[in-house]
Design a binder for this molecule. Structure first.
Ligand SMILES: NC(=O)C1=CN([C@@H]2O[C@H](COP(=O)(O)OP(=O)(O)OC[C@H]3O[C@@H](n4cnc5c(N)ncnc54)[C@H](OP(=O)(O)O)[C@@H]3O)[C@@H](O)[C@H]2O)C=CC1
Ligand SMILES: O=CC(=O)O
Length: 324
């Protein structure tokens, strides 16, 4: 008999066919209390869980006694209680690498659109405001040859450094837990403490995961260290930045502009004060959202679940140590 699996994200047809060939699949909209109650028996029998979004914690695990592997269609896994998974010996699979370049492109897009005021001036032109040659009121700031500080020099940080160094001749600073030789030798990146990075960078770019250590790593005190002309880009996770402190810093000129792909609450509430600020470029968490990359992530998530439930995990596993 094929193992039972809960799918909580729609897949392209060919990937769904592949999943069905290996497993008996129950597709649900999400993993809310309502859905779990509605499909109680299927959740109890499921050995695998595949999707993205939603909390996977001890409460959910208690309702899924047969679960052996989770496969998330994302690289970030802050919505999983990894400790609880480890205790139950449930494998957690994710999709690093396939999305790295696309997310770095998104970050570079935020760097350029904030510095050159692309979204603001687009609205201005379409509103019919362009009546004469523009003057200093509409000038932006240069990106090339400026200093770009990267918080989190992992896969995405490295791909961003590559673009900034080779494409824009930028000086690269970085802060991570360990030294990254590749970034230093290939892109001339300089490791520094958080305070130095914040003080010296023209662009502060966050590609950090959300953990207990990174939660509100950027708050009022850190924003005060930044240059008044500095631009903050966050494509890691919203709660890495204290959004209330950021809103205040953008209002009082502590920093110049922010480009945000992620927010403390997502979707960001329509009445959030940060959305009213002219010096914010806001995106709906589109870091990896291209047709090619989202397909690649879904493909990897399906392959990851097949490997995990067949006992041949070779890559993309967050907690391989629990095997055997
Ligand atoms: N906006 C979007 O759509 C997307 C957002 N993301 C986010 O980007 C994150 C990073 O992805 P990826 O680059 O693949 O992950 P990696 O694991 O490759 O990189 C994470 C980096 O963060 C650093 N880091 C972790 N904790 C700390 C800390 N406490 N202090 C300083 N540095 C720290 C790591 O340091 P070290 O190298 O020293 O271990 C590493 O350099 C994801 O976890 C996710 O949250 C990812 C994809 C899309
Ligand atoms: O935010 C997206 C991810 O893959 O993580």
């Amino acid at each position: 008999m094929k193992p039972a699996v809960i799918l909580y994200k729609s897949l392209p047809d060919d990937l769904r066919t592949k999943l069905d060939a290996h497993f008996t699949v129950t597709e649900v909209n999400d993993i809310s209390a309502e859905t779990i109650q509605q499909h109680k028996a299927q959740f109890e029998q499921a050995q695998g869980l595949l999707g993205s979004g939603g909390k996977v914690n001890g409460d959910l695990l208690a309702k899924m006694p047969a679960l052996r592997a989770c496969s998330t269609v994302s690289v970030g896994y802050d919505n999983f209680d990894v400790e609880a998974l480890n205790q139950r010996k449930v494998l957690l699979m994710h999709t690093p690498t396939v999305l790295t370049e696309t997310v770095a492109d998104t970050m570079m897009a935020l760097v350029l659109s904030t510095a050159r005021r692309v979204t603001e001036l687009d609205k201005w032109v379409k509103a019919g405001e362009w009546q004469a040659s523009i003057g200093p009121d509409h000038f932006g700031i240069d990106v090339h040859h400026k200093t770009l500080g990267i918080l989190g020099m992992g896969r995405i940080g490295l791909a961003l450094a590559q673009r900034a160094h080779f494409g824009f001749g930028m000086n690269i600073l970085y802060n991570a837990r360990r030294q990254h030789e590749e970034a230093e030798t290939r892109f001339g990146a300089r490791a520094c403490d958080l305070e130095t990075l914040l003080k010296e960078s023209d662009f502060v770019c966050i590609s950090l995961p959300l953990t207990e250590q990174t939660h509100h790593m950027i708050g009022a005190a850190q924003l005060k260290l930044m240059k008044p002309s500095a631009i903050l880009i966050n494509a890691g996770r919203g709660p890495v930045v204290d959004e209330q402190a950021l809103t205040a810093a953008l209002k009082d000129g502590t920093i110049h502009v922010a480009g945000l792909d992620v927010f403390e609450v997502e979707p960001v509430p329509a009445d959030a004060e940060i959305l009213t600020l002219p010096n914010v470029v806001a995106l709906p968490h589109i870091g990896s959202a291209t047709h090619e990359t989202r397909y690649g992530m879904a493909r990897d998530a399906v392959d990851n679940l097949i490997a995990a439930l067949n006992g041949n995990v070779e890559k993309n596993c967050v907690n391989p140590q629990i095997q055997g």
